[in-house]
Design a protein around this ligand. Structure first.
Ligand SMILES: [Zn+2]
Ligand SMILES: [Zn+2]
Length: 264
């Protein structure tokens, strides 16, 4: 027979797990800005305020060394790299918070394909804290942020655009407008990740169309991972055609080409 000891209502006492969840819900109702405590996604240590605990966060591969201001790849003393000098990208500047390496790559995949939308807040806050390329988080000198658009078919497959989720957090932190309507992906293309690096630029050509009032604006494209830069480059080209005066790129993570992967 089930014991009802400790209960004054005659109901069985709350099992601990239910009580814990209920307390969290009550806490959120009384303070909607509070974040739900959760186990660390990487090491499963219990009851963290953030989705990744402090110890695991310290181990994430931050891109902290000097980088080329244009392509965000490591470069001695942060000078413009040889590749950008020889063939400048369509965007004017780029910046990344992390290297796209273990275990950050696993977190990004969990965000995109495992629908862990709580990671949007965690990642977006890290991007907002870094600030736009060439600027400060406290005074972001951009007129609007534009999430890199997904093709509508892919959007309905995945259910959300990860870049839009990041851009919402950043725009809100900086109090800068977000424009996710007037820049569209008009051509479906094989996923860039499925192609060799050399083929990515041709694959993405003319895939974006930006219309409306971008004339004279400083526009910041937001994306999760930059690999060759072909997608954000093509989007930047479309924004420039629509009159943008400056186009920067802020990404969560930069994939390093093999020649740079062994760098300390
Ligand atoms: Zn942890
Ligand atoms: Zn460069």
């Amino acid at each position: 027979m089930r014991s009802t000891e400790g209960s004054t209502s005659g109901l069985p006492p709350f099992p601990n797990a239910i009580e814990r969840v209920w307390k969290r819900v009550l806490g959120l109702v009384s303070n909607p800005l509070a974040r739900i405590e959760q186990d660390c996604l990487l090491c499963a240590s219990p009851a963290q305020r953030e989705i990744v605990c402090e110890a695991c966060e310290a181990d994430l591969p931050r891109l902290s060394e000097a980088c080329c201001p244009r392509c965000a790849l490591p470069s001695p003393e942060g000078r413009l790299c040889g590749r950008c000098l020889a063939k400048p990208s369509y965007f004017d500047a780029a910046r990344a918070v992390f290297r796209y390496e273990f275990p950050l790559d696993k977190l990004v995949q969990s965000f995109k394909y495992g629908h862990r939308l709580a990671l949007a807040g965690y990642f977006g806050r890290a991007m907002a804290a870094l600030g736009p390329p060439g600027g400060e988080a406290a005074t972001p000198s951009v007129d609007l942020v534009v999430p890199l658009p997904l093709y509508p078919g892919r959007l309905s497959d995945r259910g959300f655009n990860q870049s839009l989720e990041l851009a919402k957090v950043i725009a809100s932190a900086w109090k800068v407008p977000i424009d996710s309507e007037r820049c569209a992906r008009i051509r479906d293309t094989p996923a860039q990740a499925d192609l060799p690096w050399k083929e990515r630029k041709g694959n993405i050509r003319n895939a974006f169309l930006c219309s409306g009032e971008f004339a004279g604006k400083r526009v910041l494209i937001i994306d999760d991972v930059m690999t060759t830069g072909a997608s954000v480059g093509e989007c930047a080209r479309a924004l420039k055609r629509a009159g943008a005066a400056w186009v920067g790129v802020l990404v969560l993570a930069r994939a390093l080409p093999k020649r740079l992967q062994a760098a300390p």
